[in-house]
Design a protein around this ligand. Structure first.
Ligand code: IDP
Ligand code: MG
Length: 140
């Protein structure tokens, strides 16, 4: 995958609070193009696999329970400098520390239930996109 792509999920708290449309609008307004998108619901083993890098962290069980608690929207996004620019758009992990105007500041409930995921590197963007989408499901 080109290094101008990132992967996101609108997490269960944000889907549940009907923030999906407003978040997608912010993503498009920030200049990202949607290359793939779907509404899906992770099961236990999918969430454990996706977040395997955090398996030794004390909040892993809570994270898996949260991410399987309801539907999510998964998407692949394209823009120059996509990974870094998207992390800037979503803000800090803890909404209390996120800058004004960021998605997490506006829509996240807490550090755990923080509305959106954004890949932290080009390598992980590719791994995470391929976890959720086949090549056939990605446009262009
Ligand atoms: P990030 O999503 O900003 O990259 P990470 O440190 O990679 O943050 O953590 C992954 C996810 O795990 C967070 O988005 C959040 O949902 C959850 N998480 C992170 N830290 C905590 C915590 O201290 N308590 C509960 N959940 C947490
Ligand atoms: Mg992370």
């Amino acid at each position: 995958m080109a290094t101008n792509r990132t992967f996101t999920m609108i997490k269960p708290d944000a889907v549940e609070s009907n923030s999906t449309g407003k978040i997608i609008d912010m993503i498009i307004e920030a200049g990202f193009t949607i290359k793939a998108m779907k509404l899906t619901h992770l099961n236990q083993s999918e969430a454990e696999t996706f977040y395997a890098v955090h398996s030794e962290r004390p909040f892993f069980g809570e994270l898996v329970e949260y991410m399987t608690s309801g539907p999510i929207v998964a998407a692949v996004l394209e823009k120059d400098n996509a990974v870094a620019d998207f992390r800037k758009l979503i803000g800090a992990t803890d909404p209390a520390e996120a800058e004004d105007g960021t998605i997490r500041k506006l829509y996240a409930e807490s550090k755990a239930k923080n509305a959106v995921h954004g890949s932290d590197s080009d390598e992980n963007a590719e791994i995470e996109s391929n976890f959720h989408f086949s090549g056939r499901e990605m446009v262009g």
